[in-house]
Write a protein that binds this ligand. Structure first.
Ligand SMILES: [Zn+2]
Ligand SMILES: [Zn+2]
Length: 375
């Protein structure tokens, strides 16, 4: 057992396949044979820019963090998992000692070892080592692709349920119809949403959102010549209210806004469309230096929250929602690749569509020697 082919980012736009040592596991860890890995915007961002904010790729790093696999080896102290178990892998191992870990917000742990966030290697290899409690057994009715998709679904669960405190009968507006935005809509729908409003500048993405989880869709107006973004956001919010009959408060108003786009105009419009005393959660990452109207935040007493990955309870709830049939992840897997074709998978995700013109929602790469069609 010495064969651990891995997909390694060496520098900007420089990736290669390399043999890496098979990780040694601690008594409380398991070694997982990775089966399915979804490609995320952040993986592509590291490939193109070598960094995200203060996270800079200085040494070669294995990519990938949205994974499922089969337990290959268990540490001496592990109970509840055995060789052959199919698991979803939560990719952030936290310190368990710091104030945030102790307070039950381990996503804020300063010492987290998160897959494919420098300097830590990711999951696009044959083997990945993980603390046993972060390997969640998959119920029999979930596929290994579902297991990989639990990662972005947990991001949505964290934003909508944990931070957004969403409840049945409430209304949500989601800006940005990429995978995370779509999954936020799915979570709201699964939780009994009354209205799920999707916003995006691409009509095809709105069409998919409508077919999948949204009750209403909105295509914002294009900017006029010399129109500032704040002015455009005022016009967009007004048009959105009129077209979709969204009142400022009461029945039909927006209790929770999620921005999954990171676009300045979406943030501005989202704050305006949120009801008084409503909640706004930022989950999309874009240019951090943007202008927002603090008067809107103050006068409506908006709860403005940042969302970072996922925390306690998010993976289990994500798995439950799928297992209970409340969320179907299968329509979101648009592309599938063999391990050897990882480069094509990244190129396709980056372009947003494959050569046949099919739009990418989520591309999945199979582990080394794992058949593409396997579940
Ligand atoms: Zn991701
Ligand atoms: Zn910690």
């Amino acid at each position: 057992m010495s064969d651990n082919p891995s997909f390694v980012l060496k520098g900007v736009e420089d990736v290669t396949f390399e043999q890496r040592p098979i990780p040694e596991i601690q008594p409380d860890e398991v070694l997982v044979e990775v089966q399915k890995t979804g490609i995320c915007g952040s993986d592509v961002h590291y490939l193109l820019h070598g960094r995200i904010g203060d996270y800079i790729v200085e040494d070669p790093m294995v990519l990938g963090h949205e994974s499922s696999g089969v337990v290959y080896k268990v540490g001496s102290g592990v109970t509840g998992l055995k060789k052959g178990d199919r698991v979803a892998m939560e990719p952030g191992a936290t310190c368990r000692m710091c104030e945030s870990c102790k307070a039950g917000r381990y996503q804020l742990c300063p010492d987290v070892r998160f897959a494919a966030t420098p300097p830590f290697d990711g999951t696009l290899g044959r083997y990945y080592r993980i603390p046993a409690d972060l390997a969640y057994p998959l119920p029999p009715n979930l596929t290994l692709e579902d297991g990989a998709m639990i990662e972005p679904l947990s991001v949505a669960v964290h934003a909508v349920s944990t931070l957004g405190s969403f409840r049945a009968g409430k209304n949500i507006a989601v800006f940005g119809c990429g995978p995370v935005g779509i999954l936020c809509m799915a979570v709201a729908k699964a939780m009994g949403a009354s209205r799920v409003v999707a916003v995006d500048i691409v009509q095809a993405r709105l069409d998919f959102a409508k077919s999948y989880a949204a009750t209403d869709v909105f295509l914002p107006p294009a900017p006029e010549k010399d129109e500032s973004r704040p002015a455009l956001s005022r016009r967009a919010a007004k048009a959105m209210r009129e077209q979709l009959h969204i009142p400022e408060r009461g029945a039909g108003s927006i209790d929770l806004v999620i921005d999954a786009s990171g676009a300045e105009i979406s943030v501005q419009t989202g704050l305006r469309i949120c009801k008084a005393a409503g909640t706004y959660v930022q989950v999309g990452m874009g240019n951090p230096d943007i202008t927002i109207d603090m008067g809107v935040v103050m006068s409506k007493e908006l709860q403005l929250k940042g969302s970072f990955r996922y925390g306690p309870g998010d993976y289990p709830l994500a798995i439950q929602l799928v297992s209970q049939g409340k969320i179907d992840l299968k329509p979101l897997v648009s592309h599938r690749y063999k391990f050897e074709d990882a480069v094509v998978a990244f190129q396709t995700t980056r372009k947003g569509k494959s050569d046949d013109g099919k739009g990418v929602i989520k591309a999945i790469i199979s582990g080394p020697d794992v058949p593409v069609e396997s579940n």
